[in-house]
Design a protein around this ligand. Structure first.
Ligand code: PAF
Length: 296
């Protein structure tokens, strides 16, 4: 495994791989790697000849009052995990090479970036779409792997790659959860023991809603009310609970196609997000069975 920090050296390496006929997979991250990231690496290693993990805490996706300075930076242990997982290159560019003086170019994905997290974090998706474009331009991947925990981010990036003819297959992989249901996130380490216990209400509420939808509940109002009622008992603040069209990220009133039920909530100083995707008319036998009821 090698570490590359300049966009030009990264491009040269990928061009060499492509010249040899090797397919290239890219796993964009901000480091502080957990099993969710490693599931993306595994998928890349299994389906591509070469795997690049990008590691860059992107200032453009944080507002001044957010946790850019506090964001966990664990470079040594990230390198060890990548090495063990079969990563070929860690691309860890410096902020000065990503955003040189007089930097002026940004990528925006209209509509999809506006709802959900875009309401309280209006800078966020512009920062993500811009940095991911730059990471793609340096790594030149055939495939790029993202976790579906960041469901809106995945949808934004997939649409961006399609709209801008990037020729990259954007792959979304299931959220990896702790044994008790908490979605894995680098930000979980901000939680106190007491906050972490309370945070479990998020996955519980989502699983209960998923069970209700699987049993035929199609009314968004009913589902949203139940999720909000469960969350209100344990989180400090609900940022949003939304049921949206799975592709367009627009609110739905009735479930009659693929949807995403998404939550953002504050526990102490930590903002957590989680979601489930649901598609009606799939036989119950092929859906994952989960405990939970909507009686809240
Ligand atoms: O999901 C993340 O870790 C980041 O938003 C990403 C996609 C690496 C862009 O900085």
């Amino acid at each position: 495994m090698i570490i590359i920090d300049s966009p030009k050296a990264m491009r040269d390496w990928s061009l060499q791989q492509r010249a040899k006929g090797n397919s290239v997979g890219c796993v964009p991250t901000m480091g502080a790697l957990h099993d969710g990231h490693l599931s993306l690496v595994k998928a890349s290693v299994e389906s591509c000849d070469a795997t690049i993990l990008t590691l860059f805490v992107n200032p453009a996706q944080f507002a001044p009052h957010e946790d850019f300075d506090q964001y966990p930076r664990t470079f040594e242990s990230d390198c060890a995990k990548c090495q063990a997982a079969g990563v070929d290159v860690i691309y860890a560019p410096k902020a000065s090479s990503m955003y040189p003086e007089h930097y002026a170019t940004y990528v925006e994905v209209e509509r999809l970036q506006e709802g959900l997290c875009g309401i309280t974090r209006p800078h966020f998706f512009r920062g993500v779409a811009t940095v991911v474009t730059k990471l793609f331009n340096a790594t030149l991947p055939d495939k790029a792997f993202f976790g579906l925990k960041d469901g809106q981010q995945f949808t934004v990036i997939k649409r961006m790659a399609r709209d801008l003819d990037m020729g990259i297959e954007v792959v979304g992989l299931p959220t990896v959860r702790e044994a008790d249901g908490l979605a894995m996130s680098s930000r979980n380490q901000y939680l106190s023991v007491e906050e972490r216990t309370r945070a479990l209400c998020i996955s519980k509420a989502l699983f209960a809603a998923e069970a209700a939808m699987a049993q035929g509940e199609t009314n968004a109002k009913t589902i949203l009310h139940a999720v909000k009622t469960t969350l209100a008992k344990d989180v400090d603040e609900i940022d949003y609970v939304s049921l949206v069209d799975g592709n367009e990220m627009t609110p739905v009133t009735t479930i009659n196609g693929p949807v995403m039920l998404a939550v953002a909530a504050q526990l102490g100083n930590t903002r957590l997000i989680d979601n489930i995707r649901f598609e009606p008319n799939i036989p119950a036998s092929v859906k994952p069975a989960r405990e939970g009821s909507l009686s809240c």
